[in-house]
Ligand binder design. Structure first.
Ligand SMILES: [Mg+2]
Length: 249
């Protein structure tokens, strides 16, 4: 029996973890315009009612995700630095002290790279530079982000047409999925980007411990080839991801 069949059969003890950008929401030129496809909230609610666990795991702040998804959906934001579980907002205790440092880095970015058209997205506990609209500014953005990481003691993470400065706190989508998979018999993850690779690795570790897993890559024009290479299954764009979620209940 393949993993999708096991997932459907054991849905009540299965976990379904889903990325946001490029997975639930189509990629758009300006990051602030990203919205989930119509009907996404309803699908997640219906799935939450019957599955062991459903959660959205994203590099976005929880606030952003919460604005476009129903109140009862489990959310993990900023790669696990903050979350909303059972309606309770939580922040990693060791992350808070980095807030003023991120403020300082954001102010620096506004002067150094924003004038060239790079979108500076201040997410509270992390900072993202988007250069999708100004590909020519990529080299300068890369240079600044690495300099700033060294100056402020932050970590660089790359994503689609963007770079992120993150506190040096050991969280990623993989640690989130692993922590939230206790007691589940089947674990599925759906994502489209390099930031989702740690989640796929977490699923590999869960599989080594006897869990059934399903690693789903969302094919988009700029999907990570590395993610495709590690996936068990592909869907076509956020529409395909939504169809897969709908097919589970
Ligand atoms: Mg994504």
């Amino acid at each position: 029996m393949d993993a999708q069949e096991v997932l459907r059969r054991e849905l009540s003890t299965a976990g379904v973890f889903v990325d946001f950008d490029g997975t639930l929401s189509p990629i758009v030129p300006a990051a602030a315009d990203a919205r989930p496809l119509p009907g996404t909230g309803e699908v997640l609610l219906r799935l939450t009612a019957v599955a062991g666990r459903v959660a959205v795991v994203s590099g976005r702040p929880v606030d952003y995700l919460a604005a476009y998804l129903p109140d009862t959906i489990e959310l993990h934001g900023l790669y696990g630095l903050e979350s909303r579980v059972d309606g309770q907002l939580r922040q990693r205790a060791d992350a808070g002290r980095w807030r003023p440092i991120i403020d300082e880095a954001a102010a620096d970015a506004m002067v150094a790279v924003a004038p060239a058209g790079v979108d500076v997205e201040h997410k509270g506990l992390s900072l993202t530079l988007h250069f999708r609209r100004v590909p020519d500014a990529e080299d300068d953005a890369v240079q600044w982000v690495h300099d700033a990481a060294a100056r402020f003691g932050l970590q660089v993470r790359s994503a689609k047409k963007s770079f992120e400065l993150h506190p040096p706190v050991a969280v990623d989508k993989g640690t989130v999925v692993e922590e939230r998979s206790a007691g589940l018999t089947v674990v599925a993850y759906i994502g489209d980007d390099v930031g989702d690779l740690p989640a796929f690795s977490a699923l590999d570790r869960l599989a080594a411990n006897g869990r059934t897993v399903l690693k789903v890559a969302v094919r988009t024009p700029d999907v990570s080839p590395e993610l495709l290479a590690h996936a068990d299954y592909e869907v076509d764009g956020p529409e395909g991801a939504l169809e897969l979620l709908q097919s589970l209940y």
